[in-house]
Structure formats: C-alpha cells, structure tokens
Design a protein around this ligand. Structure first.
Ligand code: ZN
Length: 409
C-alpha cells in the first residue's frame, strides 16, 4: 500500500519537526534508541545508572530535570516486556516554553524501520538524526546475486538489507568423474544449471511478485550467470519489468555479496529515486503545457473537485506543505466557512465584520487530501521538497497538483 506508506512517512516527518523544535535550558533533553533485540531490563539498568550519575550535575535545575526525565523513562519502560518489532525511541525532557518556564514533554515512537544500535543521549536538543536516516531512502529494491553454484535473494529497505533466501545448485563441479564422456558431462552440467535458474526464477516470483512497493530489482554476481538468467526465460514477466538494466559485478553470491552489490549500486539507486520524482513532475508539466492544461489540474479548488468526482489518476503532493483544512467560525457574527489555512499563521479575519476567526476543527491538509484520494483509489505521490522538481511543484502550484484520468469541467 504505497499511499499509506507515503502518508505514514509524512506523519512521521511532521512528528519529528515537532520534536526538533524543543530545546532545553541546559543539557537536559534525553534521547533513547532501543533496538528490537535489546532486553528491556538492560535498558532499565542503563537508565538507572545514568540516574545515579545525574546527582553529580552542578546546576540544580538541570539536575532536577534530568532525573525527572530518567524517572519518566523508567516508568514508561515498565509497560514493555520486550521492545516492539522495530524497537523503541523515546524523547523525554523539559523543554523551554518561555523566558523562565519549562514543560515536560515525552515522545514515544515506534520507528518505521528497526533501530540499529542502542543510543543514549542527553543534550539541549533531542537527537533525531537516526530517524531521518531511516527516512532518507524509502524505496524498496529486490536483490539477487547469483552464479552457477549459489544464489541469494534479498530486499533493500532504506539502508537495510534483508536476506530472504540462500540456495545452492546441484551443478557438478568442473572435475569430471571417471568413465563419463565429456559430452555427457556437459549435458549434465547444462541440465543442472537450467534447473537451478528455473528454481531461482521461481524464488524471485515468490519473493518479489506480490510486493508492489518494489521499485526495481538489482541483479549481480561474479560471472555471466547474472545476465544469463535474466536474458533466458526464467524470470516472471512482471518482475522483468523491474529488473534494472545495469548488472553489478560482485565477488560473492551469499549475503556478503548482497551487501557488496548494494554498495556498488548506490549511485544507480540514488539516481533512480531522483529520476522518479523528476519524471512525475515532468509528466505534470507536459500536461500543463498542453491546450487547456491537458490532463493536469492545479489550484487547490480544481484539484479538490477532480478528486471528488474520482477523475484523478495521480495526486502529487509536496512534503513541504504545511497547511490545514479548517472549519472556521466568527465569534461575533454568524459567519462560518471551511478554508485551507497556513498551519503556522492560523486563521485570518472575518470577511463580514473583521473579527478574528476561530478554528472549530482542523485537519492537516496532506492527510485530508490523502484520505480523500484513498477513497477513490487514487495514487498519491509525495515529492520531496529538496529536489529541483519538488521546489518547482511548490513554487508553481503551491505544492499540490494532479494528473487526471479524464478532463473535468
Ligand atoms: Zn464576523
């Protein structure tokens, strides 16, 4: 479900923004990263150790805040017999809210990918870099390394490699048994190799076919086998569409080979990611440039209308949008309206009487549009704000636009 994944990623980014705004008066904000395999009691022991040491902190207010944060973490840890499947991340501490005031905040996150290492930090800001690292490359790739004797299949998710299967072939070694004719031996080898490629092809189907989120399949290995299996009739045609045209030369065909392949393909993968966003925005621009904007819709009202009638094929949203859909009401006259407002600035004044409007109800604009899109089976593509195309989407279209299935009037 790519839509929900994009939305989850976005929600997660928003939460991070909130967390990153917090600052402590001293080094008193605690960040804790717990990997899934870590024992909770080990973590609790570690935190108790820090608690004992915190009595040495010179500043009385920092000391009080740090011990408070650690106690809060300890009591929170009691809810867990073991960490959730991706581990746990906690941000706890007193953040500044005015010149002289602080407020205790506590964020407990289950990250989108497993926490790789245990981290304890106490600083004037929360330490969020590892979570950003998880979000940088959000695409999934299928991985295959193969030669005639062995193959390993895996998945690349962000920076993490998951091994799915390792298989060995029954292709006989080069040394011919006594009494066998050379030709017969050749045939045996060919037959066994054919069986092996078929088996690996089937394993690829099993591992990759149902995973719609897979952006591409990387194939590598030491010799010619990697090309042979792809060019022969061994791989499912739907998977063939995703096989990347570059074969990667690597020395091994085990999980180490997978890692080596990913290292070597890094530039290919980064390029693909950016290429995809470029393609999407260029597709939009091409439609926009046609007479009457072709199959493009832009301007929030137009996009909304197209979404409502189910005419949107693909909704493009910039991750940089920070707006809310809000139900507004005037406190002094009867004026009411639903509008899109800038999340940071809040609502404006009543057009009838000039009083400050108040917000009755508000939803994040991206979440609201994505929910509407999901109802009509519309694909949603989040465009990162860092790329040139992402910037163009924001600058020219306020961060949202749509490619339509058909023209709407
Ligand atoms: Zn009014």
């Amino acid at each position: 479900m790519p839509e929900s994944t994009a939305l989850n990623r976005y929600k997660f980014l928003r939460e991070l923004e909130e967390i990153e705004k917090a600052s402590g008066r001293g080094t008193e904000l605690v960040s804790l990263y717990i990997p899934p395999e870590k024992q909770v009691f080990d973590v609790a022991n570690y935190v108790r150790g820090e608690h004992a040491q915190s009595s040495n902190i010179k500043s009385a207010s920092t000391r009080k805040h740090v011990t408070g944060a650690l106690e809060s973490i300890l009591s929170r840890l009691r809810y867990y017999r073991q960490p959730p499947s991706n581990g746990l991340v906690m941000f706890v501490g007193h953040k500044q809210i005015g010149a002289d005031q602080t407020e205790m905040v506590q964020y407990v996150l289950e990250p989108p990918e497993p926490v790789p290492t245990f981290i304890y930090r106490c600083d004037s800001h929360f330490f969020t870099q590892p979570l950003h690292d998880m979000l940088v490359e959000h695409d999934v790739y299928g991985l295959v390394v193969i030669d005639r004797s062995e193959a390993t299949l895996g998945l690349l998710k962000g920076k993490r490699i998951e091994v799915i299967k390792n298989v060995h072939s029954l292709v006989p070694s080069k040394h011919r048994m006594g009494g066998q004719s050379a030709r017969r031996f050749e045939r045996l080898i060919e037959q066994a190799a054919h069986e092996f490629y078929k088996k690996v092809g089937d394993l690829m189907t099993e591992a990759f076919l149902d995973r719609k989120e897979i952006r591409g399949v990387l194939v590598g290995g030491p010799g010619y086998t990697k090309e042979y299996i792809i060019k022969g009739d061994y791989v499912h045609h739907e998977i063939m569409k995703k096989v990347l045209p570059t074969y990667i030369d690597v020395g091994d065909t085990d999980d180490y080979g997978l890692r080596e392949m990913v290292e070597r393909a890094r530039s290919v993968l980064t390029g693909l990611d950016l290429m995809r966003e470029k393609d999407l925005v260029q597709k939009l621009m091409l439609e926009v440039s046609k007479i009457d904007s072709g199959l493009a819709a832009y301007g929030e009202a137009n996009v909304r209308h197209a979404l409502d009638v189910g005419a949107v094929d693909m909704l493009l949203l910039s991750e940089g949008i920070r707006k809310s859909r809000a139900k507004l009401k005037c406190p002094s006259c009867s004026y009411e309206n639903t509008e899109t407002i800038d999340s940071a600035h809040g609502p404006g004044q009543c057009p009838k009487c000039g009083a400050q409007l108040s917000v009755m109800e508000a939803h994040d604009l991206i979440e609201e549009l994505t929910a509407t899109a999901e109802k009509t089976g519309t694909r949603v593509e989040m465009i990162s704000k860092e790329s040139e195309e992402g910037e163009l989407l924001v600058r020219a279209f306020g961060g949202l636009a749509a490619i339509l299935r058909y023209r709407v009037t």
